[in-house]
Design a protein around this ligand. Structure first.
Ligand SMILES: *Cc1c(COP(=O)(O)O)cnc(C)c1O
Length: 377
């Protein structure tokens, strides 16, 4: 089946009892048991929920995987991933992954005896250099936030396979519509469902997808044992949202290309970063592993005053953290999402004080361009 057909149908059958076409929100913490030791296979809400199961199956199919395991947030999924390694193990991580991932691993998980190496994975030659006898996992994000640097997914998967490591890709920025890391041989895909999957800026959620029975067993066990599950209603909202994922992503992509092209010609703009532009250093790799370029556009103004004035003047774009919703957002990574990253480290990967990040929404493109135009004038 095609992506949209799967998005609308996978994991969802009409309700057995009523025939309801849309999977109901099963708001229940427990299930009646027929007699001692005899039940319908459902015992407790943390362990079993049909709305969650339908959502997990849906995302698994869209990511070309066998299993989905949903969590209450993107970082809760990163936390669950860490149950696949133990004290004394070493994990290789991209040096420019999501700030919350960095915080959880470096400032929390490290204290449990897990060792991390933060490396520039955009050059695949750096991977073998970071390998240690105790390396167990490699985790990348592509494209990264907010400088939109890519990592070669196939090269990462091959490296992991050759060295018996579990490979993980945070696929949040592309959504399952534009990029499917499992098809390149990656073991686990991670999403902050808060972003494009839900797409309406009204829930926090995370989900992992894998085709490995062994990895699934462990993650499913942790989902129940640690209990960071999403609510049935949040699962239902995500299920509702994936039905329009394809049309939303096509529009995000269309609008983002127009915005990037407009900015590239603007005299007050120093540089535009968007994987869909020929000027992006990894445009070829983008075309190889992505089916579209997404809705995130970053640009650098010629001076700081211009950047500050842009934030003061925008009207349609809302100044806010987060991304991937239907509405356009603007953020200043240096003082918002990446404020905790030291200035020198930030600037080493191009995150300067004049960099502005846009999450281009699905409004009318004329209105978005007009808003940027007046904010830059
Ligand atoms: C937002 C985000 C996360 C964390 O997800 P939450 O849902 O906020 O916990 C992880 N990775 C990426 C790329 C993100 O953008």
């Amino acid at each position: 089946m095609g992506f949209s057909t799967d998005a609308i149908h996978a994991g969802q059958k009409p309700d057995l009892e009523t025939g309801a076409v849309i999977t109901p929100v099963y708001m229940t913490s427990t299930y009646a048991q027929d007699e001692l030791g005899v039940n319908k296979g459902l015992t407790y809400g943390r362990t079993h929920n049909f709305t969650r199961a339908a959502y997990e199956k849906n995302i698994a199919v869209l990511e070309k995987g066998k299993y989905g395991i949903a969590f209450s947030s993107g970082v809760a999924s990163v936390n669950a991933l860490m149950s696949l390694v133990k004290a004394g193990d070493h994990v290789i991580v991209g040096d420019n992954v999501y700030g919350g991932t960095y915080r959880l691993l470096e400032l929390v998980m490290k204290d449990y005896g897990i060792e991390f190496s933060w490396i520039d994975t955009s050059d695949a030659a750096n991977l073998p250099k970071a390998l240690k006898p105790n390396t167990k996992m490699v985790m990348i994000e592509t494209p990264t936030n907010p400088v939109l640097t890519l990592t070669d997914i196939k090269a990462t998967a091959d490296f992991a396979k050759a060295n018996n490591l579990i490979s993980v890709v945070d696929n949040t920025f592309m959504s399952p519509y534009f990029q499917n890391p499992l098809t390149f041989g990656i073991d686990i895909v991670l999403h902050s469902a808060t972003k494009y999957i839900n797409g309406h800026s009204d829930i926090i959620g995370g989900i992992l997808v894998t085709s490995s029975d062994k990895i699934y067993e462990r993650l499913k066990y942790i989902q129940n044992a640690a209990g960071a599950i999403p609510s049935p209603f949040d699962c239902w909202l995500c299920l509702r949202s994936t039905k329009t994922l394809a049309v939303r992503m096509d529009r995000h992509n269309y609008n983002a290309i127009k915005v990037a092209e407009y900015l590239e010609k603007h005299p007050k703009v120093e540089k535009v970063i968007y994987p869909g532009l020929k000027s992006h250093a990894q445009h070829k790799l983008a075309k190889k592993q992505m089916r579209g370029f997404g809705g995130m556009v970053s640009f650098v103004t010629k001076n700081h005053e211009q950047a500050l004035s842009f934030f003061r003047k925008v009207k349609v774009f809302t100044l806010a953290e987060s991304l991937g919703g239907v509405e356009s957002l603007v953020c200043h990574p240096a003082t918002m999402t990446h404020a905790s990253v030291p200035k020198e480290k930030r600037e080493s990967f191009g995150l300067t004080d004049n960099l502005i990040r846009l999450s281009v929404g699905i409004e009318d493109i004329e209105d978005l361009i007009a808003d940027i135009d007046q904010a830059l004038s």
